[in-house]
Design a protein around this ligand. Sequence first.
Ligand code: TMP
Length: 208
Amino acid sequence: MSLRYNCLFLVDSVAALGGTPICMDDVCIFCTEDFFCYTDRATKIGQLISSYLEKKSNLEDHTVHLLFSANRWEMVPLMKQKLEQGISLVVDRYAFSGVAFTSAKPGFSLEWCMNPDMGLPKPDLVIFLQLNPSMAANRGEYGIERYETSAFQRTVQQRFEELMQDSSVNWKVIDAARTIEEVHNDIKLLSEDIISLAENQPVGELWR
Ligand code: TMP
């Protein structure tokens, strides 16, 4: 396992934040080059997923789950390269969203959903932005894409809560119903702590 000098953490949520930029000092989460966003819609796999999310095409449920996972794996060499260069990565959604969303569909277990993402770089910190589905529905452009219904989001929320029982992952929950400044401040404090703790630690493997 390689050594690196900085840390990987991610911000996850039930529903979209409506594109709200969250700034951490001079690092604006939505415009830094060290920000990875899943789904990465720029790749060929990401375009297939994007067309599915925009309801322009249909994909079988197992197939789309595996595509979401492949979309993460295709970026792993770049993520590792950056970590080895001492760069901290902020990731908007990751395998936890992959599992929470697919397992909210009938007939999908958490275990089946976790399998394709086993071994991904493990985040040092996972920040879950807690927002109830009805408040999320009032945020920008909610309801346009697939999955953006309150009933489905409520099931996704339950799946996230099940995932948070896993104490091998460093989960922190932040109340996202407050002001941008308050949310920013909490994220900043948590990030500063984890960046210094994770320095020079090996990159872990998710769910292994
Ligand atoms: P976004 O709203 O953050 O752009 O995410 C796109 C949608 O795709 C969102 O509804 C969550 C869902 N999703 C999955 O179902 N599986 C995944 O692996 C990821 C990353 C997102």
